[in-house]
Design a protein around this ligand. Structure first.
Ligand SMILES: Nc1ncnc2c1ncn2[C@@H]1O[C@H](COP(=O)(O)OP(=O)(O)O)[C@@H](O)[C@H]1O
Ligand SMILES: CC(=O)N[C@@H](CCC(=O)OP(=O)(O)O)C(=O)O
Length: 299
């Protein structure tokens, strides 16, 4: 293909994106960047460029990141074995210190550094900054072994410093966004006593998206989306079917907080929620600027 023809193709791609750029101009898009999606340097850079492009065309991206595997790597070096209940890390005081060090001190700064290095303007913060994410202790109960016989009724499980969001104070986000900064948020919340809570990053992203009544919530992870029992991708999933999929074990582990936070965000006025494969190059742009989109939409 001649160079002019190639360039005409490129111009067509831009024009195809125009209706989406117009539709989403000035709208808020909350993107959750999961620890498992931070695969290699190339993909991380493509993520940063996607976010910068959104900002450049007048869309307001807000990043909430995870870092579960990164926390586990440091725990491993310290000889501490991670443990999870229903997709949540059991977090005693010592683990809480590690969680905050890794999420706020390392992963957050790496993402901010990368976006800025690629030409964007990112500012990193945790949920403790400006009381952005207020939290209380999360109470989790075991599932009943048998609803029919009533044996082994649910018991409360103590997850330590694991929190759930009680309030989002978005003031700090508004001042950053209005000054053209891209906020990058680590999922550590603040309790009433001023101490830190470890909160699943999906839940923080969902709560922030809900508070801002965002246009979209996009959760980037390491699978193509939500799979059915046979491992096939479900492209659209009504929220009413989710609890059944959790009960029969189709949706398990880290996928549970993801689907729950989508439902929560929808009920708080978010227009659309998606679970998308962050290992696919430019998955954010594919979701935002193509008619087919990618991943699973929960509606
Ligand atoms: N029905 C399902 N479809 C897809 N993934 C699922 C499903 N049920 C459980 N999972 C698991 O959920 C994981 C994603 O959650 P998680 O590991 O917490 O990712 P992240 O770090 O991106 O938040 C997948 O890697 C997969 O192993
Ligand atoms: C309570 C809880 O589980 N918190 C998570 C917070 C980080 C996170 O959610 O990271 P990913 O999105 O990469 O899984 C954790 O400690 O791993």
């Amino acid at each position: 293909m001649k160079i002019v023809e190639k360039n005409i193709e490129k111009a067509k791609v831009l024009i195809d994106s125009l209706p989406y750029m117009q539709e989403f101009r000035h709208k808020t898009i909350v993107i959750k960047y999961g620890g498992h999606a931070m695969v290699d340097e190339h993909l991380k850079k493509q993520f940063a460029l996607d976010v910068i492009l959104l900002k450049q065309v007048g869309i307001n991206p807000i990043i909430v990141h995870g870092g579960g595997p990164q926390i586990n790597r440091l725990l491993d070096r310290l000889g501490i074995k991670p443990s999870y209940v229903q997709g949540m890390r059991v977090t005693d005081g010592e683990v809480m210190d590690v969680v905050e060090m890794v999420l706020v001190g390392k992963v957050n700064k790496e993402i901010v550094g990368l976006i800025n290095h690629c030409g964007g303007k990112a500012v990193g913060l945790s949920g403790r900054d400006g009381d952005l994410v207020c939290a209380r202790k999360l109470r989790v109960s075991s599932r009943p072994e048998s609803a029919e016989t009533g044996v082994n009724p649910p018991e409360l499980i103590d997850l330590g410093r694991v929190g759930e969001v009680t309030a989002v104070n978005p003031g700090v986000l508004a001042s950053l966004s209005s000054n053209d900064f891209i906020p990058v948020i680590a999922p550590v919340g603040v309790g009433e006593d001023g101490r830190a809570f470890n909160i699943n990053a999906d839940l923080v992203a969902g709560a922030i998206a809900g508070e801002l009544a965002a246009e979209k919530l996009i959760l980037l992870t390491d699978v193509p989306g939500v799979n059915d029992r046979d491992g096939r991708l479900i492209t659209t999933l009504p929220h009413g079917e989710l609890e059944q999929l959790i009960d029969d074990g189709t949706v398990a582990g880290g996928m549970i907080p993801k689907v729950r936070c989508c439902v929560d965000a929808l009920s708080h006025g978010v227009s659309k929620t998606y679970i998308v494969d962050g290992r696919v190059e430019h998955s954010i742009l594919l979701e935002m600027f193509t008619p087919e989109g990618v991943g699973t939409e929960i509606y």
